[in-house]
Design a protein around this ligand. Structure first.
Ligand SMILES: CC(C)(COP(=O)(O)OP(=O)(O)OC[C@H]1O[C@@H](n2cnc3c(N)ncnc32)[C@H](O)[C@@H]1OP(=O)(O)O)[C@@H](O)C(=O)NCCC(=O)NCCS
Length: 510
């Protein structure tokens, strides 16, 4: 009797440890053990995975089969954790993710319906044209864009002079300084003074000029590096070795390698100006052919997402913003927060659609058309666990430019990493403010402060939040931070223009 009891408890001990292992295996989502294997494990035969040991165990196991079946009926519990407790090691939440998507679709379908019932259809494609043009006979934004060619040519001819040594490096730097300063000041002055310029037209023109500024800065740096390398080579090698024969530049039909100063051609310059990058290279990686199906897919996406963006803005964003003005004027705090959270949803959708439209569809379309090989326009910013990871991964063209032409040169000069990062964010904040304040003709510094706030936010998230908490903080800053800035600008614009209108009316009365 005592013996029997001891054997029983030993078997139970074996069973609890082994079956615990089996269920842990199941819980992790790996292939469950076959029925025979699992029975074997539960009953303690141990080597269910095959091998000599298992074959040896098979014979007595068969003999004990009838006994085991009885044993199985007696016990139906094992030592195991609940799936939702972290100790279970369970990590397969695919169904929960699907549930989130279904809930998201359903709740937004309700919002969509509510919006339609309340406002009717507000989408008006004709109104989009009026955002770009005030007067059909005056096209200031496209004229400004065409004028940018003068600055591009100025950079090319400066480089040609520098390459043959007819002007010194100091003179070249001075000419670039003038050229780049005018690139920033001339369009800003035009946008501020030309009355037929709309705000959206102004953003478009200033956006093009900002891109030209960043590209020409990169062009200047790379050509200077080429001259430095050429000088260094000339010192060490014979003349015939240091100046290999010039080949075709970027943009030529055959993608032969080009060497400095063979790159200083109109074709190369305009290839760079249209290429989806801000960083110049003498020989960009090139794809072997244009994939027509890929191109058509991207084109279809561009058209579809443009419509979607217009629809979302006109139907959802504009009425929500209009409804938000009163709580902001009355300084009704609880209503302000409610409006802010209401605006956060369409604003975030628009941002996500814009991200896909611009960084995936449009950039890939242009790259495919130009056979531009480097398609890394974004990385997995959605998995960011820190703010710095987000800024280094969501907009790769800008990040690459910042690293190559600003951040790394500063670090190489011995500047402290934090100071260098702050300087990058300062420059980025300047350009954000430049692109918003000048077209709106209103200087409020909200965009500047929003960008600069990233530095303390990065420190806070890096110091106190990690993993999923860090990722949630990144999403929160995106979802809530942007509508705050949008509401601030819209509110100030509304207050400014309504007070101007009232002032005008009073002036007329007087
Ligand atoms: C500031 C910023 C450039 C920092 O980027 P980061 O990747 O976090 O910077 P890190 O310190 O990790 O270093 C980046 C690189 O510098 C290099 N580096 C670090 N210290 C260095 C040193 N002393 N000397 C030379 N290189 C150095 C690293 O090796 C790394 O190189 P790699 O990219 O080739 O691996 C980035 O956050 C940024 O781009 N911010 C602005 C983004 C922005 O405004 N975007 C606007 C979008 S609308």
């Amino acid at each position: 009797m005592g013996d029997k009891h001891e054997n029983g408890s030993a078997t139970r001990r074996r069973r609890t440890t082994i079956s615990g292992g089996a269920s842990a295996k199941r819980a992790n989502g790996s292939t469950p053990a076959s029925g025979a294997e699992e029975r074997c494990l539960r009953n303690g035969c141990g080597a269910a995975n095959g091998g000599a040991k298992a074959r040896e165990a098979e014979a007595p196991a068969r003999k004990e089969k009838s006994g085991d079946a009885a044993d199985e009926r007696l016990s139906c519990h094992s030592l195991q954790e609940s799936l939702l407790s972290s100790a279970s090691g369970y990590s397969n939440y695919r169904g929960i993710l699907n549930w989130c998507v279904v809930m998201l679709v359903l709740s937004n379908a309700r919002l969509f319906l509510e919006n339609l019932i309340k406002y009717g259809i507000l989408v008006d494609p004709i109104q989009v044209i009026s955002l770009f043009l005030k007067d059909p006979y005056s096209w200031p934004a496209p004229c400004l864009v065409i004028a940018s060619n003068a600055f591009i040519m100025a950079a090319l001819y400066t480089e040609r002079r520098l390459s043959v040594g007819t002007i010194s490096e100091a003179t070249g730097t001075f000419l670039y300084f003038i050229n780049l300063s005018v690139i920033l000041c001339f369009p800003a002055a035009t946008v501020l003074t030309v009355t037929s310029m709309t705000s959206v037209g102004g953003v478009f023109a200033l956006g093009v000029y900002t891109i030209v500024f960043l590209k020409l800065y990169s062009y200047m740096d790379v050509n200077r590096w080429c001259r430095e390398i050429r000088k260094a080579k000339a010192r060490t090698l014979s003349r015939s070795h240091s100046c290999p024969s010039v080949s075709r530049a970027n943009g030529a039909a055959a993608h032969a390698l080009v060497t400095y100063p063979g790159n200083l051609t109109h074709r190369d310059m305009y290839y760079f100006m249209f290429a989806p990058t801000l960083c110049y290279e003498l020989n960009f990686p090139r794809s072997s052919r244009i994939r027509k199906r890929f191109l058509l897919r991207r084109l279809f996406e561009m058209l579809f997402f443009t419509q979607l963006l217009v629809g979302l803005i006109q139907q959802w964003m504009v009425p929500t913003i209009q409804n938000s003005m009163k709580p902001f004027q009355d300084m009704d705090f609880s209503r302000m927060v409610e409006r802010l959270l209401k605006l956060a949803v369409p604003n975030h959708f628009i941002w996500l659609v814009f991200f896909y439209w611009f960084f995936h569809s449009s950039m890939n379309f242009v790259a495919e058309l130009m056979q531009f090989g480097d398609r890394e326009f974004y990385r997995d910013w959605w998995n960011s666990e820190t703010v710095t990871y987000f800024w280094a991964n969501w907009n790769i063209p800008v990040h690459k430019w910042c690293l190559r032409h600003f951040y790394k040169p500063m670090l190489q000069r011995g500047v402290n990493k934090w100071v260098a990062q702050t300087a990058v964010f300062l420059v980025s904040a300047f350009f954000h403010e430049y692109l918003v304040s000048i077209p709106l003709k209103m200087f409020r510094l909200w965009a500047f402060m929003g960008m600069m706030a990233q530095i303390p936010l990065a420190w806070f998230v890096g110091r106190f939040l990690r993993g999923n908490y860090g990722n949630a903080a990144m999403w929160m800053s995106l979802i809530i931070g942007q509508p705050i800035a949008v509401l601030m600008y819209v509110h100030d614009y509304y207050v400014l223009h309504s007070s101007q209108a009232q002032g005008g009316e009073r002036g007329v009365e007087l």
